[in-house]
Design a protein around this ligand. Structure first.
Ligand code: ADP
Ligand code: FBP
Ligand code: MG
Length: 338
């Protein structure tokens, strides 16, 4: 059997652990041939490939990013959704010319959508969920998230001493374009006072009242954690918008921090390396069993898999009932709406 592996969408710590998990299991346990497809789905079209061997998969477990490169490929998306049959035939032809028996696609929601569409074309595919945002539907958690939360929590931890020394309000913006999981987890683990999430929205009066009340209680500073995806009335970044509004409306000196790509860079945490290894191994098992059109997943404490048809087009989002939101609320942390 010959299998291909690609990574697509934003990189996340743990992709290399996953490539290694798929590849080493496929080679050593099942005697499969493995190729890496470079730079996302475009590498499939242009047959931009590299042979993966047990030796070439050594030394990558701890590496951040992806050894295969990744892309948010718009051309491929257009081709796969195009009404023109010729476009889809070209994709099928590329898969066949590479002699693949299965294609493993490591990526987020967009990638799982594309992977599902490839399965609809009759190709054998397996999806592996990855994203620091933790918003892939059908799995409890994605690798990359734990690493990102560690980095973001460390950043919030470090803001406390400088905020306290200057008696300032600190606004920190964290990643998450649709889902605020990083902000919720790092906000709670880092002791933020106000946590603003795209899923819940905000009421500026609630935020201002909370900051004023903290100062009245003698608390010298406040920390606001905001997800980049919170919808705003202006074109500013959330950190800039909230820092400006808070300073104007409370009179307290306020500073902004945008953590940005630091959250995605560097080595994966041990937990993300383990998750990638287990998910990768399970992908190889599914291929051996001939179970295609599925996404590997972590459900409860088990590594499992779900049909791509149930995953595609959906997002895993925070709700007011999410346990950590409920607990934060009970402790007096503001979520911008209460
Ligand atoms: N709705 C969609 N339909 C088909 N392909 C999509 C769709 N959304 C994204 N893609 C493709 O999936 C790949 C990765 O998507 P993207 O959203 O950038 O990253 P991620 O997989 O991390 O969510 C890209 O090639 C992109 O063009
Ligand atoms: O790397 P880009 O294209 O600037 O995208 C940034 C986005 O990618 C992420 O880091 C990860 O998102 P995906 O996993 O969906 O790719 C988001 O948190 C962020 O909004
Ligand atoms: Mg996405």
């Amino acid at each position: 059997m010959k299998i291909g592996i690609l990574s697509s969408g934003g990189d996340a710590p743990g992709i290399n652990a996953t490539i290694r998990g798929v590849g080493k299991t496929a080679i050593n346990n099942y005697g499969m041939q493995v190729i890496g497809i470079q730079n996302g789905f475009s590498g499939l079209l242009y047959k931009d490939i590299v042979e993966l061997t047990d030796a070439s998969l050594s030394g990558i477990l701890n590496l951040g990013g992806t050894i295969l490169g990744t892309a948010r490929e718009k051309v491929f998306r257009k081709m796969i959704t195009s009404p023109d049959e010729k476009d889809r035939e070209q994709i099928k032809a590329a898969y066949q010319e590479l002699g693949l028996d299965c294609l493993v696609c490591i990526g987020g929601n967009g990638t799982q959508r594309t992977t599902y569409m490839l399965s609809q074309l009759g190709l054998n595919v397996i999806g592996v969920p990855k994203t620091i945002d933790n918003d892939v539907y059908g799995t409890d958690v994605t690798f990359g998230f734990d690493t990102a939360v560690n980095i973001a929590t460390d950043a919030i931890d470090r803001l406390h001493s400088t905020a306290s020394s200057h008696r300032r309000v600190m606004v920190i913006e964290l990643m998450g374009h649709h889902a605020g999981w990083i902000t919720l987890y790092a906000g709670m683990a880092g002791g933020a006072d106000i946590i603003l999430l795209p899923e819940l929205g905000y009421n500026m009066k609630v935020i201002i009242d909370k900051i004023n009340k903290r100062m009245e209680l003698g608390k010298a500073y406040s920390i606001v954690a905001v997800a980049e995806g919170v919808e705003l009335p202006t074109k500013e970044r959330p950190a800039t918008y909230f820092a400006r509004e808070i300073e104007e409306q409370t009179g307290y000196e306020t500073r902004e921090t945008v953590l940005g790509y630091i959250q995605r860079g560097g080595s994966p945490s041990p937990s993300d390396k383990i998750l990638g290894t287990l998910l990768g191994g399970h992908a190889a098992d599914l291929i051996h069993e001939g179970k295609f059109g599925r996404m590997v997943a972590k459900l409860g404490n088990k590594i499992s898999d779900v049909p791509l048809s149930e995953v595609e087009g959906k997002l895993r989002l925070i709700t007011p009932d999410t346990d950590l939101v409920v607990q934060g609320k009970k402790m007096g942390i503001s979520f911008g709406v209460w």
